[in-house]
Design a binder for this molecule. Sequence first.
Ligand code: CA
Length: 736
Amino acid sequence: MRIPIIAAACAAVLCLAACAGSDTRSADTRSPNAPAPAYGNVDAKRLLAADQNAGQWMSTGRTYSEQRFSPLKRINTDNVAQLGLAWYGDFDTNRGQESTPIEVDGIVYVTTAWSKLYAYEVKTGKLLWRYDPQVPGTWGVNTCCDVVNRGVAVWKGKVYLGTLDGRLIALDAGSGKVVWEAQTTDKTKPYSITGAPRVEQGKVFIGQAGSEFGTRGYLSAYDAATGKLDWRWYISPGNPADGFENKQMELAAKTWGGEWWKTGGGGGPWDAITYDQTTDLVLVGTGNGAPWPAEIRSPGNNTNLYLSCIVALRADTGEYVWHYQTTPHESWDYDGTQQITIADLVIKGKKRHVAMQASKNGFFYVLDAKTGELLSAEPFVKGVNWAFNIDLKTGIPDFNPAARYDKTGNEKGFIVVPTPGGAHSWHPMSYNPETGLVYIPAMNGTYPMVAAREDDNPMGQKLSISMRKGFAMYDQPGAAKRFNEGYLIAWDPVNQKEVWRVSFDGSRGGGTLTTAGGLVFQGNSKNQEFAAYRADNGQKLWSMPAQTGIVAGASTFEVDGEQYVAVAAGSRIGGNYYSSNYSRLLVFKLGGTAKLPPTVEPPAQVLNPPPQFGTPEVMSHGADTYNRFCGTCHGTDGQSRGLFPDLRYSGALNSAEVFHSIVIDGALSANGMVSFKTALTEADVNSIRAYVVSRSHDAVKNGPGGMAAMQQQRSGPASATGTKPADQKAAPEASH
Ligand code: CA
């Protein structure tokens, strides 16, 4: 009997040989007596004087300000059309890739899914070392949105990596050998790390994800030399009976109701951490709470500090200084974790040192970086309907009462704009001080939200919303029309208005990079290309088909007088349903002539279901249970649109025993298909199998639809733009 491979987590072919450009230089030509190069030797002075290190990309946002702006201009509007691939390096995992490549002293450091780390020599593409922290495949079940990693921090010869299972690891930048390792989370709880650590003055800052799973979020600072915990700041208050860690937690507890600590509180700071060198503050973006509806999480119309905030802490002590809450009563998964960018702007004739955020909730916030005073807040996408505006005096949103589906009742929902995926999420934005514009990878769409205490907590996530009732709302008379759009938006943060935009027709634009060469670089998930636009007017000047979606942020750097642009290609679940995912680091330069290898079509799949079985009740229960527990990875309605197997083709359908061994006993857990023993009964599993068998028969009769139909339609290598069959619904954006 054939046991299908359920998850493609670790199955990709390992291909480490990078394709070299014409000016190759082998590291082996070095004299054996030559001193070892000072890899990754970033210290405070160099990072603080990042403008004197114009050729480097030493931190995830290039400088502490997280502007993702490079002063380099050898590649510019006049010659970017000559940009070509210098080399590429294949990754050994084909899950989502979200890492910004860091470059220091001619070495580029990039992470992949499963928290693996690669170090390449920039000039040759030679792989110097790589490191696999051996994250257990089963840890994937603790993530909402794929097993991703967004990059490393580098400091005084060490590279710092956060791992999916909650470790912070310091490696020698030259050899990749582990120097120290610290477990930053309680491993008995479903915490995960997907964000990049930041490092400043000998401290490494790291947060974690997991709010949806019922955890309590916090920011930690570790000694960069030793790995000793220096300070920790919790984001939501714990059980009052245990006492509070500090005065802020005591005050925050007054903004919570019920027994919130039993579901953890939430607030996990899973992405934005910005050190502001001017104020010596660390600004951290905090996550949402769980369950999602505020009245279920914390009854009594509470604001729930410090969820969905920007919080400023003293870098050396972790002492609280100020906070601004972007979304009080958070109920829409509007985390406040989006990138926080520091800049000096002239607002109303006055020079202001500001922190900027394009929030998931659709508003662009400009705050005084020293005090947290709200200077301005305007929607950067159209149709935002959870709040009408933000009161600049109080900083409090003017809520749309109908949007408070957490209060309006169990059955009465609301179709909210933007979606829980956010008008802008982790995908990096960039600020160009020469154009004065912020380049936002934006999405806009509708999402139906219905509160449900007992319903729909898929995969251990404590959401307490009913997806079944929610999506039925679209069929009601007068319901808001469903839409899903993607853009690159150039935003003027001083006047709070859009200057130009590029529309992507429902496709996700990746992170942005902007340069003094007058350019904005951005990848795209569906169009599967990497492109350069004019920073002043959005004119597209160059693009290259990438054979796969690109969602990560790019970086640029200069080695021996040559400028390079680097980006991690490979998009996550839901973003790559148009073709296979070829995960790799792409490095470009002017006149680069390297070519990607031809794409390989996956082998044709055969539908071979056993006879149908199960009563209509069993089938209906199977549909519900499938969509709650299996649909996120294997596709809603039983047809895969991602890189996870389409179960209608699974050989395991033919055997109740094999199906049981996978779903209950975890026979494929090493591949990321964990046991659902604690979540599903025997009857549940039987009904899921009955449902998928019936879907398989539907496919035999009516054609497969979804991804399988795409593969049947296409011939030859992946095209740069996929064509969407008319019957295919847009895959919902996974949120974080
Ligand atoms: Ca979230």
